[in-house]
Write a protein that binds this ligand. Structure first.
Ligand code: CO
Length: 134
């Protein structure tokens, strides 16, 4: 059911420092920061030959990654995103197995302008999983 790894998201406290790390130290292709107020994050996309890394910095008061950074003050891997062909089919199949879909269970438009859903980390080896319809 799941397809390609679309991206790995890393929560960071200081986007500028992290951009320098990926651009200058690791020599990666790094985008300009993009504010996503609806998701409470500012995102930087890092293009790798086979996938993407997304750096997420909290934006606004109720950022969903603020708590994560309290627990992980150095930053850390926040979620992995797998591609699916049909997000509603994927959701219903997962729900039928008892997996928990976060929020109201309806897909939202993610940072790439495509429908996404998040799955509870306790049902997936302690890893927050994002599904993106491609
Ligand atoms: Co993501």
């Amino acid at each position: 059911m799941i397809g390609r790894l679309n991206h790995v998201a890393i929560a960071v406290k200081d986007l500028e420092t992290s951009v320098r790390l990926y651009r200058d130290t690791l020599g990666a292709k790094v985008s300009s920061p993009q504010a996503e107020p609806a998701h409470g994050v500012t995102v930087v996309f890092i293009e790798l030959p086979n996938t993407k890394i997304e750096l997420l910095q909290p934006l606004g008061e109720n950022s969903p990654i603020a708590k994560f950074l309290e627990k992980n003050p150095d930053g850390g891997m926040h979620h992995v995103c797998y591609e699916v062909e049909d997000i509603l089919v994927a959701r219903d199949r997962l729900k039928a197995t008892g997996a928990r879909v976060l929020g109201d269970g309806e897909p939202r438009i993610g940072a790439h302008g495509k429908p996404v859903l998040f799955l509870h980390p306790k049902d997936f080896n302690g890893t927050l999983v994002e599904l993106e319809q491609v």
